[in-house]
Design a protein around this ligand. Structure first.
Ligand code: SF4
Length: 328
């Protein structure tokens, strides 16, 4: 691994300044993704700015919802009593991700920024437009079983690997950023990008911006389910996942919120399906229709055609569990 400098500021302003001073600097917190990338030579920062001493670890609740510091550990957030009670969807998604050891190190901010697990991105002998813009896409004609069925481009068909991001999308979370030009808030749906012709950019975060936290403007949600379909029951990325939240009045759906993971370069929000479900009576047939509707515009590649069948079934099943029609 290339040698690098290491600094540990105690204030957000100092951390941002440390990045501004050095174009080869990067923030590090839990390091659960960045250190792997450095060991493989995919990232080679000149300087690591360790942000673990910044005061960004609090979880607070008020009338508007939750505020969660960017340095909150995934495990702390998943086990927080108010999150488990009011936002079980987020807790379920976090516990479906990675392993207990990784969740004890990984932070909320790092989870938002984790890179794709496309194997060609990690194999420096292969072409990859995300790792080396203009080199081509190894997955396009390669083994693309884990790849996107929505929103891909000829330049990249990778998916966002996070479970947390899918739940945050269904919960309309806001990402809080701080940078040299001040603070800004971005709805999570606008935070991650589709690949287009710039697949090297995963999100809209500025080069010298720091994620300081997220807010979730929501009251308690009871009828929820996070369904993750994967090759083994732990420590595996989603083939398809679904975050489903329903607001029910008896058996009538007042509103629905739905997002998918493992299918696109960003959490894939299903707004058309949400509109379709609003005002309807819960039933297995309705949820099957919802799954079918969600597949409009889907496009498979050589090895991931199975997702065209798996995804609508997963949506139907997640909605059935969230609504109480079937047990988890
Ligand atoms: Fe790289 Fe994206 Fe192609 Fe994977 S899908 S090889 S990340 S360009």
């Amino acid at each position: 691994m290339k040698q690098f400098q290491y600094v540990r500021p105690t204030e957000a302003g100092l951390a941002i300044n440390a990045l501004l001073k050095d174009s080869g600097a990067k923030f590090v917190a839990g390091g659960t993704n960045l250190l792997d990338l450095m060991k493989r030579g995919i990232e080679a920062p000149e300087r690591l700015v360790d942000i673990n001493r910044l005061p960004l670890k609090e979880i607070t609740k008020n009338d508007q919802g939750f505020n969660i510091g960017a340095l909150t550990l995934n495990s702390s957030l998943a086990e927080h009593k108010d999150i488990r009670k009011d936002l079980p969807l987020l807790s379920q998604a976090l516990l479906a991700g990675a392993s207990a050891q990784l969740r004890n190190m990984a932070t909320v901010g790092g989870n938002l920024l984790q890179r794709t697990r496309c194997p060609y991105f990690y194999d420096t002998s292969m072409p990859c437009n995300k790792r080396l813009p203009g080199s081509g896409c190894g997955a396009l004609k390669g083994f693309n079983r884990m790849h996107a069925i929505f929103g891909a481009s000829e330049h990249c068909i990778a998916v966002n690997p996070s479970d947390m991001n899918v739940a945050l999308s269904a919960l309309d979370a806001i990402v809080q950023l701080s940078g040299p030009k001040g603070k800004r808030n971005i709805p999570i749906q606008d935070f991650h990008r589709l690949p287009g012709d710039r697949p090297e950019l995963d999100s809209v975060i500025g080069k010298n911006e720091l994620i300081t936290g997220i807010s979730i403007p929501t009251s308690a949600l009871k009828h929820v389910h996070y369904l993750k379909i994967r090759d083994r029951s732990s420590y595996a990325f989603a083939l398809v996942s679904v975050a489903a939240a329903l607001d029910l009045e008896g058996t009538t759906i007042r509103w629905a919120s739905l997002a998918m993971g493992g299918v696109a370069h960003k959490p894939w929000r299903l707004t058309e399906v949400e509109t379709f479900l609003a005002g309807q009576q819960i039933s297995a047939g309705l949820f099957q229709e919802a799954g079918t509707l969600a597949m409009r515009g889907a496009k498979a590649y050589e090895h991931n055609e199975f997702k065209l069948k798996l995804a609508p079934l997963s949506i139907g099943h997640a909605l059935s569990i969230a609504s109480g029609l079937v047990k988890a």
